[in-house]
Design a binder for this molecule. Structure first.
Ligand code: BEZ
Length: 213
């Protein structure tokens, strides 16, 4: 199956390091980050999962639940989690799906046979509270993902949903944002952006980040 932006993220039930997971039940009304990695006991993945565990407070602040996946089994995951905790100086605080039968990997397109015949690729999907897919990325096995960038994307998506703004290139928290082109009503513009905005071009309107003082 090819998953695309805007699709409904498919539900599934699968074994994990924390018991059987029903994905929708796990997500509840939260945002979700589902990320696959090639295999347990590999160096890059060890650092990625350790770093993700350290972002617990950042995920909670944004209403995001993280869940990892590989095609290794539960016992392997449990042993590896001990290694992650030890070497990355953290405590893994999210489930790792044990997708031995590749059911979830098939559903989410995490198998790229021309890259690897046996393991999942390094993909990540952001899912919103309506269960819509909002971001899909796939990295090479040898490149660890930038999880600060994932947080930045969540911030951007939440700003768009809540305030009708988008974020420009390399945007960081606190910097100006752009008003979505579809918003043209003068009354709504005044209500939403009391600090005003600068129209560099009619289609490029900059305004201070709305949820900052
Ligand atoms: C890994 O840690 O997953 C990895 C490291 C080097 C090459 C490919 C994968």
């Amino acid at each position: 199956m090819t998953l695309r932006l805007g699709d409904t993220a498919p539900n599934f039930q699968q074994q994990s390091s924390e018991g059987i997971i029903d994905f929708y039940e796990f997500l509840g009304d939260s945002w979700g980050i589902l990320f696959s990695h090639p295999a347990d006991y590999t160096p890059v993945c060890t650092t990625e999962l350790g770093y993700t565990a350290k972002l617990k407070d950042e995920f909670e602040r944004r209403g995001v639940k993280a869940i990892a996946l590989s095609v290794d089994d539960v016992e392997s995951h449990k042993g590896w989690i001990n290694d992650i905790n030890e070497t990355q100086n953290t405590t893994v605080n999210f489930p790792i799906i044990a997708d031995q039968d590749r059911k979830v990997s098939e559903l989410y397109g995490f198998l790229h046979p021309n890259a690897s015949e046996t393991t999942t690729v390094r993909s990540l999907v952001i899912i919103d509270p309506n269960k819509k897919v909002r971001l899909i990325i796939t990295y090479p096995a040898s490149t660890g993902r930038n999880f600060n960038e994932i947080l930045r994307v969540v911030d951007s998506l939440q700003l768009t949903d809540n305030h009708k703004v988008a974020t420009p290139a390399n945007w960081q928290q606190g910097e100006d944002v752009v008003i979505v082109p579809s918003l043209q009503d003068e009354t709504e513009l005044k209500e939403r952006f009391p600090k005003g905005y600068k129209a560099v071009k009619p289609y490029l309107r900059l305004t201070p980040q709305p949820d900052k003082d």
